[in-house]
Design a protein around this ligand. Sequence first.
Ligand SMILES: NC(=O)c1ccc[n+]([C@@H]2O[C@H](COP(=O)([O-])OP(=O)(O)OC[C@H]3O[C@@H](n4cnc5c(N)ncnc54)[C@H](OP(=O)(O)O)[C@@H]3O)[C@@H](O)[C@H]2O)c1
Length: 189
Amino acid sequence: MTKVAIWCRHEKDSVIGIGPSIPWHVSSDFRRFKRITGGQNIVAGEKTYESFPNRTLPDRKIYVLTFNPDYEVSDKANHFVVTDIRTFKDFDGDLYIAGGASIYKAFMSGGSKLMPDIVVDCVYHGPLNPELKGDKIDIQPCAEALQKHYRQMTPGHELDNITTTVFAKKGDFVEQSVLKRIVKAIEEE
Ligand SMILES: NC(=O)c1ccc[n+]([C@@H]2O[C@H](COP(=O)([O-])OP(=O)(O)OC[C@H]3O[C@@H](n4cnc5c(N)ncnc54)[C@H](OP(=O)(O)O)[C@@H]3O)[C@@H](O)[C@H]2O)c1
């Protein structure tokens, strides 16, 4: 029953998106995300879900958060609509929180039953893609909550201008098998 948030934010202002897009392209970041979330349950906001290629991610169950109960997913056997985030308070199994900003913020500020037990904090140090149009979307409140409520579990792992560090909620028991699986997935490349 471990909740894990995984994000990649810019070192300045914790920007994670411009309009619908992630404002950098780092292949190893996608591969890390795939290794960590492969075979798992993930939750994504409707906008992030719409941005997945063909609105899917193979080999994962996807819970799509939307206020629209009639929202149609692309794969009814493996994707599920959730209109009330409180459903996840008693989620049966591990859950990987995959964004976007509104979903990270809702879980990180959602009290002890929604706050992730583990955060995989990837911080990108390069430039933002200057060609993207749209508003910058940031998760600064999540970065602040991370500093306040979490303890660092691993040294930063450097790859392709991204530092990846694993954090766990202060004072809480951390499922060691989940932590080990995540660390292995990070160190694989
Ligand atoms: N760098 C990264 O790690 C990363 C990861 C993921 C996404 N992103 C970026 O993040 C940006 C998208 O973030 P976003 O905040 O705009 O969109 P989002 O969180 O992906 O989706 C927002 C939508 O989720 C639904 N929603 C939000 N809160 C809800 C709640 N409490 N209950 C039920 N439904 C809820 C609403 O859908 P309805 O309008 O349908 O009701 C809302 O419009 C994009 O730029 C994307 O590329 C970056």
